[in-house]
Design a protein around this ligand. Structure first.
Ligand code: KG4
Ligand code: ZN
Length: 333
């Protein structure tokens, strides 16, 4: 019998989940809408809002899971990577909570947790599998050999895929975070309306900064001829940009699958909520005989359920940390 309470506070979501015997019994997420006014996450504001949210979110999670504080066996928390001020709130709370209740502490790497979200529900992938982790800060192809034995075999050398979505949205005057809005407009547009160059990057690595610049120059040139170009063609622009990003992402996954002779392919992270990516991966599964794993929407973007499931597997291994643990904003993979 194990009840793990998990805290996620690496960016702008305050989330607390409870994992009871390997099953998620609560997953409460408080989104921070304040950043919409600024076109991006403001770290100082994020940590302040975490501070306001953390206690009510913990209380709601206990109510949802129908457990009391005395039932908890361990406290798991996101140690990094992420914004230091945001991480500090979750880490400090986890440490105080564990100290007060005399419980063991479990430190979780946020990027591992995105991948381990695939072990929340069935069907679960079997080892080894490849996972394309695409979020606001990272783009990685990971060879997953075991729960905590993972190797990055390819990654972005500059911007993350989520950043490519968000920065394009900014160029198109869409509010932050732009990824979900591009997705929404893309559903109504023609993905082949405009073509953007695919970066020629070696091995299994990515680059997205060139795409962003290409989009910016393309829009500027078109706006010279027609000042209403964005307004009149928003759906087609979004569909074409999304199509380009998805093609870039999947071409390298295809290469990795061939190189490692692996046909079990998963996606994880905020951008794995993208409908274009999800659909294209399904199509690839038919074309290439892949078995694909696509997370439920609620486990794509940041959430504590993924920290709780990672905590569950670390609890089994008795992988605990002491009260001297500190957050690591650039935590190594
Ligand atoms: O994993 P996540 O919630 O936070 C980080 O750890 O970074 O990912 C956030 C990123 C943002 O860039 C957001 O625009 C993107 O995920 N995102 C999407 C979609 N939903 C979230 N991008 C494209 N399409 C979506 N539907
Ligand atoms: Zn994340």
């Amino acid at each position: 019998m194990s009840v793990i309470l998990a805290i996620e506070s690496s960016c702008d979501e305050t989330s607390v989940a409870i994992c009871t015997n390997g099953k998620i019994t609560a997953n409460v997420i408080a989104n921070q809408t304040i950043h919409q006014n600024y076109g991006g996450v403001i770290p100082e504001l994020a940590s302040r809002v975490h501070q306001q949210n953390i206690v009510p979110v913990i209380q709601q999670a206990l109510i949802d899971a129908k457990v009391s504080k005395k039932d908890i066996n361990a406290i798991a928390f996101t140690r990094g990577p992420g914004l230091l001020g945001s991480l500090l709130v979750g880490v400090s709370f986890a440490k105080s909570f564990a100290l007060a209740l005399d419980l063991p502490l479990i430190a979780v790497n946020h990027m591992h947790a995105h991948i381990l979200a695939h072990f929340i529900d069935d069907p679960k992938p079997s080892f080894p599998f490849l996972c394309l982790t695409v979020s606001g800060g990272h783009t990685q192809i990971v060879l997953v050999k075991d729960f905590f034995d993972m190797e990055i075999v390819g990654e972005s050398l500059d911007d993350a895929a989520g950043e490519a979505f968000d920065k394009t949205a900014k160029i198109l005057n869409l509010p932050y975070p732009g990824g979900p809005l591009i997705d929404k407009h893309a559903a109504l547009g023609n993905p082949l309306a405009y073509k953007f160059p695919e970066p020629q990057i070696k091995d299994l690595n990515y680059s997205f900064s060139g795409l962003k610049t290409a989009i910016l120059y393309f829009i500027r040139a078109r706006e010279k001829e027609n000042p209403d170009f964005i307004k009149e063609n928003l759906n087609d622009i979004c569909a074409s940009v999304q199509h380009s990003i998805v093609q870039i992402l999947l071409n390298k996954v295809k290469k990795a699958a061939k190189q490692y002779h692996i046909k079990e392919i998963a996606i994880a992270g905020g951008v794995s909520a993208n409908t274009g990516l999800r659909k294209a991966l399904e199509e690839k599964s038919v074309e290439l005989g892949w078995k694909v794993f696509i997370p439920a929407f609620e486990y794509c973007t940041d959430n504590a359920a993924m920290i709780a499931i990672a905590g569950h597997y670390k609890f089994i291994n008795k992988e605990f940390v002491g009260q001297d643990i500190a957050p690591a904003s650039r935590m190594e993979f």
